[in-house]
Design a protein around this ligand. Structure first.
Ligand SMILES: [Zn+2]
Ligand SMILES: [Zn+2]
Length: 84
């Protein structure tokens, strides 16, 4: 059985643009954005990139790819990601 591919497959041009940012969006978009910042416990302990001088942490933000404190009373993860 022969398979013939079409000679020129036209690229899909109708895909949505994901990098559009608007100023006047409902507040739910903030939740949508923050969903991508997930903490992960990694094997290697590194300095927190937010308060780098003080703390070592196993917690890493998957989106930022940065180590950030995430502990009781000290949440650089939240602080950093809400400022970014
Ligand atoms: Zn992040
Ligand atoms: Zn920190």
């Amino acid at each position: 059985m022969r398979r013939e591919r079409p000679p020129s497959e036209s690229p899909v041009t109708s895909r949505p643009q994901k990098k559009m940012w608007r100023n006047s969006v409902p507040s739910s978009s903030v939740c949508y954005d923050s969903l991508a910042h997930w903490p992960e416990i990694v094997d290697e302990r590194q300095r927190c990139k937010f308060c780098a001088k003080y703390a070592y942490t196993f917690v890493k933000c998957l989106k930022c790819n940065m180590h950030l404190c995430l502990a009781k009373g000290k949440n650089c993860f939240k602080t950093y990601n809400s400022n970014a």
